[in-house]
Each structure stands twice: as C-alpha cells, then as structure tokens.
Design a protein around this ligand. Structure first.
Ligand code: PBG
Length: 326
C-alpha cells in the first residue's frame, strides 16, 4: 500500500494534478517593473551590467510602460536621472522634474497602469547620498533630509503618482511624507515603504543605471546590516506605526528569511525587491549558457512569493509575464 504522500508524488507527473496541488501561483499581476527615466530626447542608453535594461527618455519610457501594461503587469516603478544634480537634490521635487514629467506622460498614455515613484534624493544629489550631507563632516543629516523627501513625494503625487515609495531609509520619513501628503490633499495616496533595506552589494548595477554611486563613504550609516533579521521587524513596525500602507524587504533572494518573518508580523501587503544585482547574476549566467534563464527566473520569483511576498519588484517583469502567459 502506498502512503498518500507517495500517491500524490506519483500522480504529480500529470500536469493537471500538478496544477491542482500547487501551493504558490506566480502571475504577471504580482509584478512591478522598474524603469529608469532620463532627461533628454529620444535616449535609449543600455545599462551594461543589466542586459535588457535601458536608461530611457520619456517617450521611450512611455513605450516601455505600455509594453508592460499589455503584458498584464499592473505597475511600473519610476527612477529619475536628472540632467543636473546639486547639493539640495532640487531635481527630486521640481514640479517639472524628470519623474514628475514621466509620471504625467505615462498616466496620460495608460491611465489604469499604476505609477509608483521612487522617493529618494541620491539620484539628484551631486554627492550621490540619499540625504543632505553636512559639508565639514560628510555626515548625512536625517531631519533636514526629511523635509526634502516629503516635498518630493507630494510633487510626485501632484503629478499623478498612484503610490509613493520612499527608498532612502532616513528615520521618520514615512511620518513626514504622510503628513505632507495629507496637508497637500493627497490623503488617499498610499506609501510603499522600504522597511528593511539592507546595505547590499547587490545594488551595484543599479547605481550605474541610476547614476547614483556615492562620491565618498558608503550607505552603511542609513542602510541595514545584512547580519540582522530582528532589526528588520523593528524597522517594519516603525514604518507601519508611521503610516506605511505596504512594506518592503530589499534585496529579495538573500533575505527570504526576513521576508517570511515580516510576513508573519504584519497583515499589510508585503513587497520584495528583486534588485539589480540579482537580475545581473541571472543574466550573466544565462548569457554564458550556464543557466536556463526562463526556468531560473520563474523559480526565483516563485521562491520570493512562496516566502511571503504579495508584490515582487523585478527587472525580469516583462520576460516573466510573457513566460507566464505562454
Ligand atoms: C536608492 C535606491 C537604490 C535601489 C533602489 N533605490 C540603491 C541604493 O540604495 O544604493 C537599489 C535597487 C536595485 O539595486 O535594483 N536609494
């Protein structure tokens, strides 16, 4: 007599039964596609460390967003590369800034596609840090930065952003952004907070793509130590108290345990960011013929969902959406 477990194992050879007992279902609807929007006309700069990803001027960003939308992807996440940087990140909260303009253009072309905007200062700062830096000490000033982050979020909401996503990791930013959004009449704009954002080597390719390599020092004073998991629960708890509507863990694959633990402590929607370095690894191996890209991507994204993510932000989104529907 076979044990029931064995019976299932044997019949799982048929696709129908495999489908029936599958615990995790990945769908294009789970995905958010990051897009790098750059100033300039008709630009399509390939990002060398991220094959398939480009810095796109607004016209091309709209085309790319429409392509994602047609594939059933519900949201894009916009990062901006301004033509000018300074020490006050002026481009981040300029009503005519790159993300604000791109948001308007995408919302006009595809009103149902959700536009999520990155709220951070690093791409707009000449020194590449996520906050205001004190000249003498090189220290990142938390509270001064909050004001600029809040202004950035409000200007993005004004431009039509459906969700704002602060990725800077300054203390108190969710509360500061929430109160500014409310004051400006955007009470219904949700905040997706990067609750647990680790100081990770896997952001390397992003910094090339977003042109935000810190000119001195590193981000360890405001990003988390990869060795800490409980701290992520504290961070998530603070962001939730401050008014986050969605919390995020980032990166994804080296932190699936953190994702699971955050999942167990909140019933809010949970996002995971499958970051640039995770994308680059799969792409590089696939280009060498060392991995079956399609299988590796679906397996990784399924693993992220299995660990507890409701939302997966990934540069693989269009490919994955295509593969999932064929
Ligand atoms: C900026 C920001 C980073 C990422 C998202 N927002 C880089 C960083 O903190 O250095 C990384 C995303 C990726 O690697 O794909 N604060």
């Amino acid at each position: 007599m076979a044990f029931p477990q064995q019976r299932l194992r044997r019949t799982r050879r048929t696709a129908g039964l495999r489908g029936l007992v599958r615990e995790t279902r990945l769908s294009p609807q789970d995905l958010v596609y990051p897009i790098f929007v750059t100033a300039g006309e008709d630009v399509r700069n390939p990002v060398a460390s991220m094959p398939g990803i480009f810095q796109l001027s607004i016209n091309h960003a709209v085309t790319e967003a429409l392509r994602a939308h047609d594939l059933g992807i519900p949201a894009v996440l916009l990062f901006g590369i301004p033509d000018q940087k300074d020490e006050a990140a002026t481009g981040a909260y300029d009503p005519e800034g790159i993300v604000q303009l791109a948001t308007r253009a995408i919302k006009e072309a595809a009103p149902e596609l959700l536009v999520v905007t990155d709220v951070c200062l690093c791409e707009y700062m000449s020194h590449g840090h996520c906050g205001v830096v004190e000249k003498e000490t090189g220290e990142v000033l938390n509270d001064v930065s909050l004001e600029l982050l809040a202004r950035t979020a409000a200007s993005q909401a004004e431009a039509g952003a459906d969700i704002v996503a602060p990725s800077d990791m300054m203390d108190g930013r969710v509360a500061a952004i929430r109160s500014e959004l409310d004051n400006e009449g955007f009470e219904n704009t949700p905040i997706m907070a990067y609750a647990a954002k680790y100081a990770s080597a896997f952001y390397g390719p992003f910094r090339e793509a977003a042109d935000s390599v810190p000119q001195f020092g590193d981000r360890r004073s405001y990003q988390m130590d990869p060795a800490n998991a409980r701290e992520a629960l504290v961070e998530a708890g603070l962001d939730i108290e401050e008014g986050a509507d969605i919390v995020m863990v980032k990166p994804a694959l080296p932190y699936l345990d953190v994702l699971r633990r955050v999942r167990e402590t909140t019933d809010l929607p949970l996002a995971a960011y499958n970051v640039s370095g995770e994308y680059a690894m799969v792409k590089a191996a696939a280009q060498n013929g060392w991995l079956d890209e399609r299988r590796a991507v679906i397996e990784a994204l399924t693993g992220i969902k299995r660990a507890g993510a409701d939302i997966i932000i990934t540069y693989h989104a269009p490919d994955a959406a295509r593969w999932l529907s064929t």
